[in-house]
Design a binder for this molecule. Structure first.
Ligand code: PLP
Length: 416
């Protein structure tokens, strides 16, 4: 049942909250207010149940078994791949590679695509708002190949300076790697525009979608990106499972990333023949239960509707921005015109870790630190921020609780 709640959003948040057992537990003797969703999300019963059912009803290794349980597990695993395909609107399930998460997906591309296509003096173009996961793998590649890492700057709002991005796209650029949504700032990047520009110059684009898939409908065919990476645990699925989407023609031409069982057709001491895409990228026994649970999370989200979730989170973001802006001494870092899910802020004269610690005493979980985006912190001249990030189960009342607790922080530090 859906009821119109805040600002016309069609989401029955109370019913949704009852799907997440952990939200009912008290923390420090107060109700939990979980505002750390950009780090990881909580899991609904449907996801927890899918893991239990997997182990109770079909636990078995996949692909190489002829027995009943192995067939069941293989089917469930491959069904999950197809659920991800539909979720991203990919053309073919072979374009979906299961990984440990966004980090492994990006490393896979840096290794398997990057090593074959990037040489001395070539350039990889990223932006100034990337997570370390979309910086460090390219530094490995740069150092190995004698290539150059170019960084398109961001402005004071935390938006990409598009003209600079365009200027840095040169005949030496071999790959663009860019976040869809910044985890530190919440900025939504204009991916279609970035892809169109890069493609006009013959450059493929990898999109780090770790912070986008929980908040936006993602259509890889519409975006026309070449690679898209995300992590299951940020969309209400378990840790240890993630996805690399790649256009089939590109994946087909890429060598494997890791060697081992599952990815081979035949092995002699002289020579190994690999399986086809996507299996050649899935060496070893995969996270079977994780993939199945990711499929369950996607079904759960589809049942609610990503567009409804996006609208609800947009309302939360607007309300929280309004209320936090009125807190004396509070500065929001990241004021892009298009944002999703995240508000980073600092409170004058109070270290973000102190903010986080005092909020924790009130049962409010936020994240403090550099958010694995130290260059973003440098850009804004701060060592760290406090970050509240929203999920589909958060409420306006929780935003009120955050603001009230920040009032206590100010009192403790003698600011009001
Ligand atoms: N990219 C972005 C934008 C992120 O926010 C994160 C995680 O916070 C990652 C990549 C890495 O995700 P994971 O640690 O799940 O691989």
């Amino acid at each position: 049942m859906k009821t119109a709640l805040h600002g016309g959003t069609e989401l029955d948040v109370r019913a949704i909250r009852s799907d997440f057992p952990i939200l009912a537990r008290p923390v420090r003797r107060t109700p939990l207010v979980y505002l750390d969703n950009a780090a990881t999300t909580q899991k609904p019963k449907a996801v927890l149940e899918s893991i239990r059912a997997y182990y109770e009803e079909m636990n078995s290794n996949i692909h190489r078994g002829v027995h009943y349980l192995s067939e069941l597990a293989t089917k469930a695993y491959e069904d999950a791949r197809d659920k991800v395909r539909r979720f991203l609107n990919a053309a073919d399930a072979r374009e979906i590679v299961f990984t440990r998460g966004a980090t492994e997906a990006i490393n896979l591309v840096a290794y398997a695509y990057g090593r074959a296509h990037v040489g001395p003096g070539d350039e990889i173009l990223i932006t100034g708002m990337e997570h370390h996961s979309n910086i460090v793998p390219w530094q490995f590649l740069r150092d190995e190949k004698g290539a150059k890492l170019q960084v398109a700057p961001i402005d004071d709002r935390g938006e990409l300076v598009f003209e600079e991005f365009e200027r840095l796209l040169t005949p030496r650029t071999k790959l663009v790697a860019v976040a869809h949504v910044s985890n530190a700032l919440g900025t939504v990047n204009p991916i279609k525009r970035i892809v169109a520009l890069a493609h006009a110059r013959g450059v493929p684009v990898l999109v780090d979608g770790a912070q986008a898939v929980p908040h936006l409908t993602v259509d890889v065919r519409d975006l026309d990106c070449d690679f898209y990476a995300f992590s299951g645990h940020k969309i209400y699925a378990p840790t240890g499972i993630g996805v690399l989407y790649g256009k089939l023609a590109l994946l087909d031409r890429m060598p494997p990333y890791q060697g081992g069982g599952e990815m081979i057709l035949s092995v002699t001491f002289e020579k190994t023949e690999y399986k086809k895409t996507p299996y050649k990228f899935e060496a070893g026994t995969p996270n079977i239960e994780g993939a199945i649970a990711l499929g369950a999370a996607i079904e759960y989200l589809n049942g609610i509707g990503i567009d409804h979730i996006a609208a609800h989170e947009h309302d939360l973001l607007r309300y929280a921005t309004e209320r936090l802006s009125a807190v004396p001494g509070l500065r929001i870092i990241g004021t892009a015109r298009e944002k999703a899910g995240v508000i980073s802020f600092e409170l004058a004269g109070v270290h973000p870790h102190d903010v986080g610690t005092i909020l924790d005493q009130e049962g409010i979980a936020i994240r403090t630190g550099h958010h694995c985006a130290q260059p973003v912190m440098d850009r804004f001249g701060v060592a760290a921020t406090a970050r509240a990030s929203f999920g589909l189960y958060n409420t306006m009342e929780e935003v009120d609780a955050l603001v009230a607790a920040l009032g206590k922080v100010s009192q403790v530090f003698g600011k009001s």
